[in-house]
Write a protein that binds this ligand. Sequence first.
Ligand SMILES: Nc1nc2c(ncn2[C@@H]2O[C@H](COP(=O)(O)OP(=O)(O)OP(=O)(O)O)[C@@H](O)[C@H]2O)c(=O)[nH]1
Length: 609
Amino acid sequence: MTQSDPTEKQKYIRNFSIVAHIDHGKSTIADRILEMTDTVAKRDMENQVLDDMDIERERGITIKLNAVELKYQAQDGHTYTFHLIDTPGHVDFSYEVSRSLAACEGALLVVDAAQGVQAQTMANAYLAVDNDLEIVPVINKVDLPSADPDQVKLEIADMIGIDADNAVLTSAKTGLGIAGLLERIVQDVPAPSGDISAPLKALIFDSVYDSYRGVVLSIRVIDGQVKVGDQIELMSNGKKFEVTEVGVMSPKAVPQTQLSVGDVGYLSASIKSVQDTRVGDTITLAQNPTQESLSGYRKITPMVYSGMYPVDNAKYGDLREALEKLQLNDASLEFVPETSQALGFGFRVGFLGLLHMDVIQERLEREFNLDLIMTAPSVNYKVVSTDGTTKIIDNPSQMPDPSEIQEIQEPVVKAEIMVPQDYVGAVMELAQRKRGQFQTMDYLDDYHVNVIYQLPLAEIIYDFFDALKSNTHGFASLDYQIIGYQPSQMVKMDILLNSEPVDALSFIVHEQFAANRGRQIVQKLKGIIPRQQFEIAIQAAIGNKIVARSTVKAYRKDVTGPLYGGDQTRKNKLLDKQKRGKKRMKEVGSVTVPQAAFMAVLQVDDESK
Ligand SMILES: Nc1nc2c(ncn2[C@@H]2O[C@H](COP(=O)(O)OP(=O)(O)OP(=O)(O)O)[C@@H](O)[C@H]2O)c(=O)[nH]1
């Protein structure tokens, strides 16, 4: 089959992403671009228009990728259609980056002029290179007094290996350089190369659930075209649907009659089940299907698992529905039903990291109005039994009896820590403490070192990143990937309340830290579990061996007791607070256990005794 010439429209399309290390200014650059192309009227311009979820605004981070269409009148007199796809920068969300890159021909690689190249700059640049994208280096925040664009150019060349002599210098804050950046997009990013006369081939790179329209897909048309009334087929499962609406985001949804080769837009087709659509899947026409689907995205597997239980057991169905809806947007979110003796019916949920977990929990509570109890996050372990079988365990309470275990293996990561040479000692000390094994150390230029360690994932997911930042005054950056499993001396710690083991409080810990962690957790729980009308004995045990114990004395609680006088508003406030706190408590046997107890294991410090 010969490829037909690109259409006139196609020649003037530019599809690009913005990639960067966190906080280097992607969202602000996107805002300026929207403003300069009059996509958003100045008066409607809120900061970071693309970050439209409340949580994103509040935390100032981008969680979901967003695609927006804008028109740009270039100096050559033509009007270009830009599709800008914003991507998140946090290490937890790097899978979103790879999804959006597959829909583009180019990437703006944004680097902070004061901070220079960081670990995620490199990781994202490599993803862009893997996707054969044209990279436009952008050095942002040149308004900062500490900006050193020439140094950053050298870093981009030395550390990433792309020519940065003609990098675009911008200040997204003042708007400086943004006009030049728009021209560079026209010149450097290639027009999409697909074939309009070929059968439809479109990539699903995102999806959201809308209660009126059903599932709304974000798509990139690679070949052919699609219009309202077409019968489409999802190539992974053969399911067919009739298209009810296609359009572009500009940045609000604007319906169109069709989407054709090179376009990035949305499509809805009365798809009711959130299970039917898979991000990374290919859409084609049922009548005239394409022969080959696009190569899917790399499969993303969760790193951390946590139990999620509704405080009110009657909300189990609501929780399932809410998780299903979130999963639609989030290919990496996994969940299966699980039961806990202590907490009742809930789900084991897999996350990419703790930030991801936090965000999901917050969305469930805010958007779906659910009160949840979550158990401490855990990685998964491979357990080789004495009978030779191997099982994957992602819930500590399912760990078999020690007498049946031949070996426990834990996931390990290759961690690349990029740091100025002065801090190498601090990094090594931290990694060593976290059971790391030194691999290699490379000088990236005269000043930056890439220190490579093999580290247990369990040590990395908790506070490693924060500890790394504080030990290096914020200069270190981290990128990691799971490389396999290694045998480790892990043990399961049980927590008993009044001699009854509480399954949801068990955790797995390295033998070396076990006794200390047992002692600390018992102390923590003593502070967290409120006094009740009877005494509560708290014990930590490995198998039958009790390693620590403590007691919460009986007490009739009256939070307003210590308040003198009759300040009723203050009293009411306290009572209100207590009532709200109650929502996140669970009766475990006869003991009332607050949410914080299940997360206490995250707060213990293996160093302090
Ligand atoms: N001085 C200065 N500050 C900037 C500039 N561009 C962005 N900032 C600030 O840098 C911070 C991070 O900017 P964002 O646009 O949120 O960064 P991001 O890369 O999108 O971050 P994530 O969405 O969290 O990945 C914000 O406080 C911005 O106001 C700039 O050119 N100059």
